[in-house]
Design a protein around this ligand. Structure first.
Ligand code: ATP
Ligand code: MG
Ligand code: FE
Length: 342
């Protein structure tokens, strides 16, 4: 079965073809980061319009790369939510219009299920059950995953998401949106121990997180400085920030592994691309004797491959999920816990 995936929940247009027999056939992506950068964040209306412009050329690119014809597609999976309403509507109408034209069934996919299952696209793929740390721009959640659609929330952030903390702290240091990768690169050159930032909720006996205080701590240091920050100052602050956030994320993962007794930890979402986080998790995993799995770097942030894959996994369990009723709705707010099991 060949599934076309369409992702458009935020500022990336992603299309991909996944074959349940042969794996990922092709994928194509356009990131709008450069367009939004001058505004310091995503402008929803600009995002929607750009998805309109990009969808068809990306479809053509995917078809060409895969060597398949549109008629070879068995079903079309699109991100139904959560995300920006206008951006989601573009992807949904594109997918449903294409489905109608080709006479192929469609199905809506949950964006976070896409992120969550993206490590299964890598080799070796983790087997169920596992603990998943989802660290993206909008979410920070620890989950127990027993199968496709079987997600038990263990804990989540009470305020900012990890990616949001990266981006906001980066902005305070004068870095462009989205500052996650940039502040992380800056931290590599910084000195450890110059700034000791708080580790929010490190010792709370649950699996929840809180990152807004960390951003405030960075702001306090920036404001306290009487002269403009030197490059070295910024590097040291970045270092302190990254160390604090990584410490908390790793500690909570280790606790979740211990609490559940599971032996596999899976990381998903954009912050999963972070090198310092991967290093610290790998060290903890070998010490505590569990295995840790990551998506390929290119599939940590938003992409079409994870949507095609999640759609294909759902359809494998239940082909009746795909419909030729092309009326659609999107769900900008859609907690993963409200998703039906596959
Ligand atoms: P959600 O999936 O929750 O709706 P999103 O789709 O915006 O949010 P992702 O695309 O998964 O989130 O990830 C984007 C986030 O990941 C941004 O906050 C970005 O700064 C962060 N990020 C990407 N690469 C890195 C990195 N190397 N280090 C730290 N953060 C990173
Ligand atoms: Mg994005
Ligand atoms: Fe995302």
């Amino acid at each position: 079965m060949i599934v076309l995936g369409v992702e458009s929940s935020c500022d990336e247009t992603g299309l991909a073809l996944y074959d349940t027999e042969h794996g990922l056939l092709a994928h194509a992506l356009h990131s709008q980061i450069a367009m939004h950068q001058e505004y310091g964040g995503v402008v929803p209306e600009l995002a929607s319009r750009d998805h309109v412009r990009r969808a068809l050329p990306l479809l053509q690119e995917v078809m060409q790369k895969s060597g398949k014809h549109k008629q070879d597609i068995d079903a079309i999976a699109y991100t139904q939510g959560p995300g920006l309403a206008g951006a989601l509507l573009v992807g949904a109408s594109f997918a449903c219009g294409l489905g109608m034209a080709l006479n192929k069934p469609v199905l809506g996919v949950h964006h976070l299920e896409g992120h969550l299952l993206s490590p299964l696209l890598a080799t070796p793929a983790p087997a169920f059950p596992f603990i998943a740390l989802l660290v993206s721009g909008g979410h920070t959640q620890l989950m127990r995953v027993d199968g496709v659609g079987q997600y038990q929330l263990l804990g989540e952030t009470l305020d900012d998401a990890a990616g949001e903390a990266f981006d906001k702290s980066a902005k305070l240091l004068g870095l462009d949106y989205p500052g996650g990768p940039a502040i992380s690169a800056m931290a590599e050159r910084g000195q450890t121990g110059v700034h000791l930032f708080p580790r929010p909720m490190l010792h709370s006996k649950d699996f929840n997180f809180s990152f807004s205080g960390l951003k405030t701590a960075v702001l306090t240091v920036v404001k306290k400085s009487e002269s403009p920050l030197s490059q070295t100052d910024k590097e040291n602050i970045a270092r302190g920030f990254v160390e604090a956030i990584v410490d908390v994320l790793v500690a909570k993962c280790v606790n979740a592994m211990k609490h559940t007794g599971l032996k596999r930890l899976v990381i998903a979402g954009g912050v999963g691309a972070n090198r310092q986080l991967r290093e610290a998790l790998n060290a903890a995993a070998s010490k505590k004797r569990f295995a840790v799995y990551y998506p390929e770097l290119q599939f940590c942030t938003d992409n079409g491959a994870m949507i095609a894959f999640a759609g294909a996994m759902r359809l494998k369990n239940n082909p009746a999920l795909a419909t030729t009723d092309y009326g659609f709705n999107v769900r900008p707010r859609w907690p993963l816990q409200e998703l039906e099991p596959a």
